[in-house]
Structure formats: C-alpha cells, structure tokens
Ligand binder design. Sequence first.
Ligand SMILES: NC(=O)c1ccc[n+]([C@@H]2O[C@H](COP(=O)([O-])OP(=O)(O)OC[C@H]3O[C@@H](n4cnc5c(N)ncnc54)[C@H](OP(=O)(O)O)[C@@H]3O)[C@@H](O)[C@H]2O)c1
Length: 245
Amino acid sequence: MTGATALVTGATSGIGRAVAVALAARGAQVIVTGRDAARGDEVVTAIRESGGKADFLAGDLAGAGAVRALARQAVELGGGHVDVLVNNAGVFGGGPTADITAEEIDAVYAVNVRAPFLLVAELAPAMAARGRGAIVNVLTMAARFGIAGMALNGSGKAALELLTKSWAAEFGPSGVRVNAVSPGPTRTEGTALFGEGLDQLAALAPAGRTAAPEEIAAAVTYLASEDASFVHGAILDVDGGRNAT
Ligand SMILES: NC(=O)c1ccc[n+]([C@@H]2O[C@H](COP(=O)([O-])OP(=O)(O)OC[C@H]3O[C@@H](n4cnc5c(N)ncnc54)[C@H](OP(=O)(O)O)[C@@H]3O)[C@@H](O)[C@H]2O)c1
C-alpha cells in the first residue's frame, strides 16, 4: 500500500488503533484520528518507531462541520489524496429501549451513521475521479440479528450496513470498493466496562472466546488492500461464527 494515504477514524484505541498499525505495516501513510491527542500521539509514535508513516488529526465526529473539516484536513495531510477510508469510530449506546433518551439516540447516530456518511460524501467522489479507492466500514454482529439491549447500537450499524451496499453500487463502477467488517465481541478499551459480560456473549459463538483487535484489523486490512480487488459491497463477519449459527 506504499503511496496510499489511509484515514482511520477512531484510531486512538482498540480496533482502530490495530487497523492503523496494520495498514502502516503494509506501507500506507496513515492518518490517525480521534478526539484524544495524547492517545493519538502514542499510536503515531508506535507506528513511526516501527518504520511506518503516520500523523494525528484531532476531530470530534459528533459535529457535522467538524467531520467535513476533518476530511479536508486529511486530504491536505495526505498530499492531496485519501485512498483508503476506514469508518471505524463508534460509540456503543446500549440498554433497554425505554431508558434511552432522544439525546442519546442523536449522539449515537451522529457518530455511527452521520459521520461515515459525511466522510464518504467528502472523500469518495475524489477517489472515483482518480478511478481507485477503498472504503471499509466497521459494523457489529448486533446489526445482523436482534440482541435485547442493543437496539440503538445495532440499528445505527444496520444503517451503515445498507450504506455499504448503496455506496458499493454508487462508487464501485468508478473503481472505488466499499465493504464492511462485522466484528463480534472484541477486547478493547471501549469494551472494558462490559467485564465478564463480553465473555458470556462471546461464549455463544462457535469460537467461544473474545477476539483480539488485531484479528478484526486483519479483515479490515484485507478489504482495504488489492488482495480484495474483486470484492465489492461485502459484509465480512468476523464474529467467531456467531452470525452463522
Ligand atoms: N469491541 C467490540 O467488541 C466491538 C464489537 C462490534 C463492533 N465494534 C465496533 O468497532 C469499532 C471500534 O470499537 P472499539 O471497541 O475499538 O472501541 P473503543 O476502544 O471505544 O474506541 C473507539 C474509538 O472511537 C473514537 N471515537 C469515539 N467517539 C468519537 C467522537 N465523537 N469523535 C471522534 N472519535 C470518536 C475514540 O477516540 P477518542 O476517544 O480519541 O475520541 C476511539 O478511538 C466501533 O465502531 C464499535 O462499534 C466493536
């Protein structure tokens, strides 16, 4: 992926961090984004110390203006082009439906649905004009079937699943591949608060265990790379087999 610029949202932590490290190891110049500059700098330093190329761009995906600004800054930092976009950042937003406020719904949908939508709107047309590019959206297995208490998170990611297919139809003919990875329970900073609940959820799948972030990142990297040159609009379940059983 030498010569390619990759923008990875939510790269200051967990799965996004592992994706940033993996793409940099393949030679991409990675733009690490998130709100937390200290965590971002740590990821950038780790990549550079391993001989990779990375920069940090701070941005809060909750605001539409900030998302559009982030896309423009990424193009500048990337030398005029972003070739790979990984829409990984997400907020979990769970709980009984009756307990969720209108503000929580807006907050989750802003980061999990609107931000990827606006980033694609900003970046995909230029990829299409160049005739190449790859976009990978990070979903969740909770978007593939119903889980009590996961209505908010699952529904937003289900919207992103359909967007993956819509964008594959819209931009694929111009050489831009759009795909998604649908992870199962994965040990990250973000899921630390679920404690043993994460293991109990993971135990229901054939693999019977939680994933490491690197196992999800490997699938994202595959879809972002030319190894997946004939793969368009695919939803790759990386959930230990849960969705299949
Ligand atoms: N871990 C799992 O079990 C699991 C399972 C299925 C799907 N997923 C999905 O995988 C993705 C990554 O999950 P993870 O477990 O790695 O999460 P995580 O450790 O909580 O990391 C979330 C990332 O998103 C960023 N982020 C959150 N809100 C943001 C905002 N308003 N603006 C900009 N950045 C924001 C965070 O950066 P800052 O804090 O620096 O802003 C952080 O880098 C999410 O989309 C999640 O839904 C995870």
